[in-house]
Design a protein around this ligand. Structure first.
Ligand code: 13P
Ligand code: SF4
Length: 304
């Protein structure tokens, strides 16, 4: 069966089953091409919370599909490849977070959306890369004690930018964390008229060299609005698919060839096809955990 035949069936099943396909910008091109919505973590969770569809097929990693289920418990949420996880989300767990909370009972726990439902359930407020600075402001400006977890890089960036001081969990995303300033220097030399744009999961020294820092969606919107032609991309190269689609005449150069998230790329068109056909790989959650995790996500959505 070729790609077009698979797309045809997928489109038919979507209608018959009242299903919606959500995909993250890091997904393989062939997945982004058939998705109803492609977005960053915040946009996709907002769509998941509002959709009238009966089935949400979430092409992304596990925590994203879980977030959709937390917000839309009555919907059937399917993850085409159940092995697709997030390395950063696995760097914190409910046991270690509970220990931290015991030692720091009056600290507000701010959790990055790249985390499990169990970790969200123990947290006070969730953030994503597109609203973290705004929400950190909301809490840190009153000198409240804060833990930002699990992404140390976004936490350190916010502290430097805003002059705050709070605890950060030592987690990171290997794909972004591996970028360094010498790579930026080399690329800037090679493409002197380009702008360097980066995701806030990069290290602080790399972010300080960026012309713009933002979530995947914000990066896509930035290149679209800019009158510049060449961009060095400091995030997973899947975003280039949407950038090219919106701006076919502009040039997008990944900062490094290693900017590929193996977890995100695990999901194939065949996975999506089988998942929608058989309605397999359903996300289920313990109701108490879901309700507590939802509280932390609802606070974020209110402040976004
Ligand atoms: P965004 O919310 O910016 O899409 O980021 C998700 C992610 O996993 C980045 O590595
Ligand atoms: Fe997780 Fe990094 Fe992949 Fe994003 S790019 S899903 S943070 S491992």
């Amino acid at each position: 069966m070729n790609k077009e035949e698979m797309y045809e069936d997928i489109r038919r099943w979507k209608k018959e089953k009242n299903a919606v396909i959500l995909a993250h910008y890091y997904q393989n091109d062939e997945i982004q091409a058939i998705a109803d919505y492609v977005g960053d973590s915040l946009a996709l969770s907002q769509i998941a919370a509002k959709t009238d569809a009966k089935i949400i097929v979430f092409c992304g990693v596990h925590f994203m599909a879980e977030t959709a289920k937390i917000l839309s418990p009555d919907k059937k949420v399917l993850l085409p490849n159940m092995k697709a996880g997030c390395i950063m989300a696995d760097m914190i767990d409910e046991v270690r977070l509970s220990e931290y909370k015991k030692k720091n009972p009056d600290t507000i726990i701010m959790v990055y959306v790249n985390s499990t439902a169990k970790v969200k359930a123990l947290s006070d407020i969730c953030v994503t890369s597109s609203n973290a600075l705004k929400i950190i402001d909301h809490y840190a400006k009153d000198n409240k004690k804060l833990l930002y977890c699990p992404d140390q890089n976004l936490g350190k960036y916010a502290m430097k930018l805003k002059g705050y001081n709070f605890d950060v969990w030592p987690g990171f995303c290997r794909i972004h964390h591996n970028l360094d300033t010498s790579m930026v220097e080399r690329m800037k030399e090679k493409y002197p008229n380009s702008l360097f744009i980066a995701h806030p999961e990069c290290k602080l020294d790399v972010l300080q060299m960026a012309d713009y820092v933002g979530s995947t969606k914000q990066l896509v919107e930035y290149v679209e609005k800019s009158d510049k032609k060449d961009f060095i991309i400091g995030t997973e190269m899947g975003v280039i698919y949407e950038m090219k689609k919106r701006c076919p005449d502009k040039n997008f150069i990944p900062l490094s060839k290693t900017l590929i998230c193996g977890q995100m790329k695990m999901t194939t068109l065949k996975d999506l096809y089988n998942c929608l056909k058989d309605e397999t790989n359903e996300i289920t959650l313990d109701e108490e955990i879901r309700v507590n995790a939802k509280r932390c996500l609802d606070r974020m959505l209110e402040l976004s």
